[in-house]
Design a protein around this ligand. Structure first.
Ligand code: PLP
Length: 380
């Protein structure tokens, strides 16, 4: 006997304004791009578009790295791809932890059978380069330094340039989480000497969720090729994936997995918009909208959690005022204003709100809408 078919209507999501930690509001033309006819994933026209995605990613990351592509899965898969490809069992990795995502890096290191030396910083504070240098000195066998450039759980920016310089100085490869950073704040992969970097499509690129831009430097590729053991994840093995994304010697694409064709149309369009705006303009726009938000929240008596020098313009972590019901405010914003902001994560649960001004979301009208809605809800 067959199961009875469920009776469900077509899903019709409301139009919300997404000002949380991601996904961010998707550009209308990115949504439209995704609805275009699906092509075969080895169709020459699609392959040509993938080449453009690669060139656009190289621009967004500011890198000439040949191994630059989008992993067909969310940011977490970008993180995992770095660790499973580059780190082998028994190796030592210095992991900086100043929030949820640094802790996830540590877990990745442990899962590949490597040894994680954790350099903790207080939640809400950037990674301390002095503490990192002390760890590098104390562990000369370390092969990697891993850290989160823009810690989404706390709204903190760490000094990626200084940390990568330290990694080089001590003979380590750097692994950098740029999930929230890419497109929102300055990030220069080649100039800063970053060896492995990954991001997510759903933050400052304002693309649909589910893709993880990734780039490996020639030194990282060398390390990958010199592995003594095969990458234990077949799907994330970049030596196999690269045959699919193509390389400079123009070798023919071979099937690895079926690319998420329509999601890649979306990524192509969002990266095209970023390139058309220009990185420096995009960084400046995020900074400007952050300043507007800061001024408005200050008027409402709401304080930032992070000191000014370490604040991320695209992810504003603020203290929930005393006596205010966290969940009630977020529910009222969602139900009455169709507006989403983020709750605090981990140690900040119930203590902070996370207000994202990312990509297409980083616009004056969104800041005005949020300030007005928040003032009304708090007044109630
Ligand atoms: N790293 C950081 C800094 C993030 O903010 C996130 C997601 O919020 C991730 C990694 C994981 O990305 P995803 O949720 O797309 O798997």
């Amino acid at each position: 006997m067959l199961l009875v078919p469920p009776q469900v209507a077509p899903f019709q999501p409301p139009r919300r304004t997404l000002l949380g930690p991601g996904p961010s509001d998707v550009y209308p033309s990115v949504l439209a791009a995704q609805a275009k006819p699906t092509l075969g994933h080895l169709d020459p026209l699609f392959v040509g578009m993938m080449d453009e995605v690669k060139a656009l990613l190289q621009y967004a990351f500011q890198t000439r790295n040949e191994m630059t592509l989008a992993v067909s899965a969310p940011g977490s898969a970008g993180m995992e791809a770095c660790f499973v490809n580059l780190v082998e069992a028994g190796e030592t990795v210095i992991v900086c932890r100043n929030g949820v995502f640094g802790e996830r890096m540590r877990q990745n290191v442990e899962r590949v059978g490597a040894h994680a030396v954790v350099v903790d910083a207080e939640w809400g504070k950037p990674v301390d380069p002095q503490a990192v240098e002390a760890a590098l000195q104390a562990h000369p066998q370390a092969r990697f330094l891993a850290f989160v450039h823009a810690e989404t759980s706390t709204g903190v920016r760490s000094d990626a340039q200084a940390l990568c310089a330290l990694a080089k100085q001590y003979g380590c490869l750097s692994i950098v989480d740029a999930v929230t950073a890419l497109g929102g704040i300055e990030l220069r992969v080649d100039d800063w000497g970053i060896d492995a970097v990954y991001s997510g499509s759903q933050k400052c690129l304002s693309c649909v969720p589910g893709l993880a831009p990734l780039s490996f430097s020639p030194a990282a590729v060398e390390k990958l090729k010199a592995r003594k053991t095969p990458v234990q994840s077949w799907f994330l093995d970049q030596t196999l994936v690269m045959g699919y994304w193509g390389n400079a010697n123009g070798s023919k694409r071979s099937y690895h997995h079926t690319a998420p064709v329509n999601a890649l149309y979306a990524l192509h369009e969002s990266l095209r918009l970023l390139a058309a705006e220009g990185l420096e303009h995009a960084w400046a726009r995020h900074a400007q909208q952050h300043q507007l938000l800061l001024a408005g929240l200050t008027e409402l008596g709401i304080e930032f959690l992070v000191e000014e020098s370490g604040r991320l313009p695209q992810l504003n972590a603020v203290r929930i005022p005393a006596g205010v019901d966290d969940a009630a405010v977020r529910t009222a914003l969602l139900n009455d204003y169709n507006l989403e902001i983020g709750a605090g994560l981990g140690a900040l649960a119930g203590k902070a709100w996370r207000i994202g001004l990312m990509g297409y979301g980083a616009r004056r009208e969104n800041v005005a809408l949020l300030l007005q809605a928040l003032a009304e809800v708090l007044r109630r």
